[in-house]
Design a protein around this ligand. Structure first.
Ligand code: NAD
Length: 450
């Protein structure tokens, strides 16, 4: 079976490399010719642990190839997966489907032989059927059910652990109303039957909604524990003990109960917005998700205030220096999309603070940064201690492994200790215990009884 994947970003590239590893012949397409040139040379444009060697292995075996020529690759394919971006649309927050529809038009032009066209991108309910309509309009010679079918197959992988998530998923969801397409998709995911992965076959609409409901629910868990953290601080309680206490209840579960600076990344922020918009459009507002979106927006700003308040206790903040450790939305990824740092760092700069950043994947002039205006004016450090040298405070914003065992004597030595005050460390990820922080003015999240 030949698979063509349209879009070679975080999802397309991982999906392609993993299917090639399973033994399928995969062509990974992207309209960005520079990206394709790099990939052909074995250079991976994103940071994802394990991906480089998997891609190289796919290329060596001849099962994985890259091209910007969508037409030829679609002609040869039995399955075409659309894995292009669906960012939030400016203005109303609905998913911008222009990349999906443009890719569909291009696919339609080249379809030949029975082909299943699959939406792997996260798309609002109704999109997969729209994809079928576009194909029918563009190619009146093709009959749905005879020459092609459509299916929704949302992706649940997480950046940072994308390969193991793809190869050992909790479940695979497939939405289609065609038995032929169902058979093709069942064959595609056959390698996962061996590890008894549940494959959930549903209607197209249900499958599309499952993806949004999953992300909406996970975002809600994060927003919930963040609000509980605020409550703990006022009530003299400890949010980590609270999370353990509630999470051990199997109905609640322990995952996604870490209080922090608010969720970010390329999925939760845009998917919660799109879910909210869909629900409003259909006349059944999901007010819980509306509340999650606004509380998460407020949370990021509140974290900047928390840092500035801690600094204000020592006098004016203007002209002070803050070391920010980590700017990606989570560890083990280079993804900055909607990261809390994009709100927090500009708020600190606006308050007149000097910001010195260290992130394992970002440095001054880093190509990855692109035109990120949010970091204009920050100083870049080569490691955490260089960032903290002479700074008035340090803020842990992303829980990269290398921040988990900082040499606290070195931290104390590096940070400026103003007379009458201990060096200030603000830990927005709660990676340290307050009891370890002797000699440090340690501010963390949701620990009211410290
Ligand atoms: N990133 C994640 O962790 C993740 C997880 C699950 C689902 N998703 C969903 O998967 C989809 C893709 O996300 P991503 O993070 O991989 O995006 P991405 O921006 O990393 O990659 C998208 C790629 O598609 C390419 N592209 C756009 N239009 C094209 C066209 N017409 N032809 C060929 N290539 C085209 C772009 O050049 C880009 O390289 C989104 O809908 C997203 O919500 C993402």
């Amino acid at each position: 079976m030949r698979i063509t994947i349209i879009g070679s970003g975080y999802v397309g590239l991982v999906t392609g490399a993993c299917f090639a590893e399973f033994g399928f012949k995969v062509t990974s397409v992207d309209s960005d010719k520079n990206k394709i040139q790099s990939l052909k040379k074995g250079q991976i444009p994103i940071y994802e642990p394990g991906l480089e060697s998997l891609v190289r292995h796919g290329q060596t075996t001849g099962r994985l190839s890259f091209t910007a020529d969508l037409k030829t690759s679609v002609i040869e394919a039995d399955v075409v997966m659309i894995a292009v971006g669906t960012p939030a649309r400016r203005g109303d927050g609905f998913a911008d489907l222009s990349y999906v529809f443009k890719a569909t038009e291009e696919i339609a032009e080249s379809l030949s032989g029975y082909t299943v066209v699959v939406t792997k991108s996260t798309v609002p309910v109704g999109t997969c059927r729209k994809v079928a309509e576009i194909i029918e309009q563009k190619r009146p010679d093709l009959k749905r059910g005879t020459h092609f079918d459509v299916a929704s197959n949302p992706e649940f992988l997480r950046e940072g652990s994308a390969i193991s998530d793809f190869m050992r998923p909790d479940r695979v969801v497939v939405g289609t109303d065609s038995n032929a397409a169902k058979e093709v998709l069942a064959k595609l995911y056959r390698p996962l039957y061996l590890i008894e992965t549940p494959i959930v076959f549903t209607s197209i609409e249900t499958s599309e909604l499952i993806k949004y409901a999953s992300n909406g629910f996970l975002a809600m868990k994060i927003a919930f524990i963040n609000q509980m953290a605020d409550l703990c601080e006022k009530a003299g309680a400890d949010v980590q003990d609270l999370a353990r206490g509630i999470g051990l209840d199997g109905r609640i579960g322990r995952k996604f109960l870490n209080a922090g600076p608010g969720y970010g990344g390329s999925c939760f922020p845009k998917d919660t917005l799109a879910l909210s918009k869909t629900a409003h459009d259909l006349g059944v507002p999901v007010t819980l998700i509306d509340a999650v979106v606004s509380s998460n927006d407020a949370r990021k700003k509140a974290m900047a205030v928390k840092v500035l308040d801690a600094l204000k206790k020592r006098g004016s903040v203007s002209g002070k220096t803050i070391a920010v450790l980590g700017i990606t939305f989570k560890p083990n990824t280079d993804d900055l999309r909607d990261a809390p740092s994009l709100v927090i760092v500009p708020e600190l700069l606006a308050a007149g603070v000097k910001v010195r950043v260290y992130d394992p994947l970002y440095y001054k002039g880093s190509e990855r940064l692109g035109h990120a205006e949010e970091f204009q004016g920050v100083e870049w450090a080569k490691d955490a201690y260089e960032a903290m040298a002479g700074a008035d405070a340090a803020v842990i914003l992303t829980e990269w492994n290398e921040f988990r065992a900082l040499d606290l004597d070195q931290v104390k030595g590096a940070l400026k200790a103003e007379s009458g005050f201990k060096p200030l460390l603000v830990d927005l990820r709660n990676i340290y215990k307050p009891t370890e922080m002797e000699g440090i003015d340690y501010v963390s999240i949701g620990r009211g009884r410290v």
